[in-house]
Design a protein around this ligand. Sequence first.
Ligand SMILES: [Zn+2]
Length: 430
Amino acid sequence: MPKEMLDRPAGFFKKNLETMDPEKRFEYINRRLQGIVKYAYRHSIATKNKMDSVGLKPKDIRTVKDLENIPITKKAELMELQKRNPPLGGFGGIPIHALRRIYVSPGPLYEPGEIEYDELGWSQGMVAAGFRPGDIAINTFSYHMVPFALQMIDNSLHRIGCVTIPAGIGNTEQQVNILKALKVNAYCGTPSFLLNIAEKAEEMGLDLMKDLNLKVGFVATEMLPESLRSRLEEQFGMIIRQGYGTADIGCLGYECIKKNGMHVPDDKIVEIVDPNTRKRVGPGKPGEIVATTFNKVYPLIRFGTGDLSILTETPCPCGRTSPRLVKILGRMDQSTKVRGLFIHPGQADEVVLKHPQISRYQVVVTRKEHKDEMTFHVELKEEVSQPEKLKSEIEQSIRDVMKVRGGVQFVSKGAIPEGAKKIEDQRTWE
Ligand SMILES: [Zn+2]
């Protein structure tokens, strides 16, 4: 193994923060929380209004537990407040004229770009993935309008000490030529674009290992199936790790070398909240990711991401002590309740993964005689000899994984429309 490969899996971006012992972490996070709540109450009128509406003063927020008393800000509400009071809806923590940039994400949602970007998460994630000072990195996220490529990734690469090629999206052939000519060893982009690059390079007659020099990759903004990760890692001979976040609040999780869920960065607080009761749920239980940042430029307190996940606090063998998001289970608007139990696309995927005979599926929820019924519509890769046996096996997996009974109906190939929702709620309530 070349020396370079040996040292990449070790190392931290901010070791003292990342490996703090749990008690110290608890104190550290609470201290930062008190600081940011006090700051936001004074400088962000939207936060002040929100806290006043429930009779809270900054002194009432001492620990992460107290945070639960502040109402969650949903994306739709943020958009509405921004429309009334552009660009930041009163959530900004510094005067608008002191910003360097204003980014525009679909919605539209506006995000501030500060002069000195100092959030930790993306840098932590790339270092955990094996990025090192002096690496030549290609950044294939979109640089236009949105904050991800320029604000978050480009700045974070600079903070690590990497040299960046601001390639943006598309022009696959040109990107392959750049990879080759500049001996690029670090990739930032989506997993699917890396797959495009692999296919294009092979089409151009290149050997992915010998002609290209990719050693590490940091992917985001798309789901990363394990099968795709291992295929790309093998093809290029590289390490690929993923991060998760949103345009509004930045990085909320990154994988370490152990592929053991996504560590929450040390400048964020992530809570998992039951979508129905709005109460925080304990480790191991699914719910909405609600995040708080210590960023004074845009101090969002309890921002509801609309994404579903599970948090774990079990120790990670990498040495980092932050909690981890187990995985992203899908969007809130794709989850629902069946017979009083909350179900989400991540669970449905888990059921389907147990049965490799399935090529596509859709969960359909209906109502019959005032009772919820859940049926997995299933397309098979090919006909099976004992469909009844497979049907009852899948039904057993549904009970095991989702804790609620569901039926299985085999449908013909192509019956499930392209781009269909994983969970289709057809219930009517009249
Ligand atoms: Zn770890």
